[in-house]
Design a protein around this ligand. Structure first.
Ligand code: GEK
Length: 244
């Protein structure tokens, strides 16, 4: 991976922080930012090779929608036993530029493709595995059902969909305790109260969490036969959905 720079984007007080976007300044610190902000992120990546190994089918495609710097693509590639192309999609050019550098260092060119586009426009076909590792949360809620239907329709028999998300809980008491634990986690990761609160304001109306129940229901409505949580850390989960 390209050299990781410490995330200090929200360390100085500003009158009204701009809405969060995946621009050059975020891409520059992203590896550090996501590792220190998403409990379980490293674990998700470390187990992804097992998912790729089990479900990656020969001559199929694997999609990483919202691939950022390519960490998921590298993890998937590490587990693959068969000839399978990994297609990374992101609509941030700053992310993709760094992603290409990271992949060029570690993966043969023929094994991956990068698409600079909105995942709402991405054509999905012949997929044995589709991954959205903390990306659906940035898509407008009313567009999520059709996106998941498109994904399910593009997955081959025996294929799976991996969906990791920040979630919220319908029980308000659980919600409040999980947020407290999450903030304890961020503080232990070296973020100050100011950084935590300014980042929260910047993400308001940009990162839109939903409950596990809502995700599971949408996955069922999209055509997936079954889905289950395979990893959870406080208010961050990863679900696996089976096409059949
Ligand atoms: C990882 N999966 O390291 N179309 C394409 N890309 C998008 C869109 C969209 N509509 N909306 C957001 N993105 C990665 C981490 S980060 C998660 C994923 C986070 C992209 C956005 O540019 C960013 O790179 C990524 O989705 C979300 O495993 O920052 O919490």
């Amino acid at each position: 991976m390209t050299q990781s720079v410490r995330d200090e984007l929200y360390s100085q007080e500003v009158a009204s922080p701009e809405k969060f976007k995946f621009d050059e300044s975020v891409a520059n610190v992203f590896e550090d930012m996501i590792q220190r902000s998403v409990p379980g992120y490293g674990m998700t990546l470390s187990l992804m090779p097992l998912i790729a190994k089990r479900y990656g089918q020969e001559n199929s495609k694997i999609y990483d929608l919202g691939c950022s710097l390519g960490a998921g693509m590298l993890a998937l590639h590490a587990g693959l036993l068969k000839e399978t192309k990994i297609i990374g999609v992101d609509n941030s050019q700053s992310m993709l530029d760094r992603c290409r550098q990271n992949l060029d260092q570690s993966m043969p060119k023929a094994t991956f493709e990068l698409l600079h586009e909105d995942i709402l426009e991405t054509a999905i076909s012949d997929a044995s595995l589709v991954v959205m590792n903390f990306t659906l949360q940035f898509i407008a809620k009313e567009k999520r059902s059709s996106l998941l239907r498109k994904i399910c329709d593009g997955i081959l028999p025996g294929g799976v969909f991996l969906l990791s998300e920040k979630i919220e809980f319908s029980d308000q008491c659980i919600q409040s305790e999980m947020i407290k634990l999450y903030h304890d986690f961020k503080k232990r990761q070296g973020y100050s109260e100011l950084e935590i609160s300014q980042k929260r304001d910047a993400l308001e109306d940009v990162l839109l969490p939903e409950s596990i129940e809502t995700h599971k229901q949408r996955l069922a409505e999209a055509g997936f036969a079954r889905s289950e949580t395979w990893l959870q850390c406080f208010n961050f989960v990863s679900l696996i959905a089976f096409r059949d």
